[in-house]
Design a protein around this ligand. Structure first.
Ligand SMILES: [Zn+2]
Length: 147
């Protein structure tokens, strides 16, 4: 069977899910996305937000240690952008390890409050980009090792 390449180039593979319409990677990402959405109702997430709230509409960012507004204006738009993110200190998927099991994924996604911190948009972007870089280097190394 021909390996299909996705936009990101790493979600290919045979279409074994959803009556042959979806690859395993797409299925995994669909389930992960839905699980992630339910974390909105996970009490420790709300507790982390509440603990970081300094006053109405403002939060303490654990990264830059500043008081930040919960939303910021977007240039050229009337919409405001979310500026407060509840971050998993140890990421849901360890970028240095990659995917392990659903048990690990679920246990990390539904972390207790000691693994959660509130970050402003900028700090969250920096951390996310660092994690993406680690994952990118790991995948490059895995590719080399597979040869
Ligand atoms: Zn910050």
């Amino acid at each position: 069977m021909a390996e299909e390449k996705s936009k990101k180039g790493r979600t290919g593979g045979p279409k074994t899910r959803c009556s042959g319409a979806w690859t395993e990677a797409k299925f995994k990402s669909f389930i992960k996305g839905n699980l992630r959405r339910t974390t909105q109702k996970w009490a420790p997430i709300g507790q982390a937000l509440k603990a970081a709230r300094t006053r109405r509409g403002f939060y303490h960012c654990a990264g830059c240690e500043q008081e930040v507004p919960n939303s910021v204006a977007v240039e050229g738009s009337r919409r405001r952008q979310k500026n407060v993110h509840v971050d998993h200190i140890n990421p849901v998927i360890d970028p240095a390890v990659g995917w392990t099991t659903w048990d690990d994924c679920i246990n990390r996604m539904f972390s207790e409050i000691d693994n959660l911190q509130v970050l402003c948009g900028d700090c969250h972007t920096v951390k996310t980009n660092e994690e993406k870089q680690v994952a990118k280097e790991r995948r490059a190394q895995e590719k080399l090792n597979a040869k």
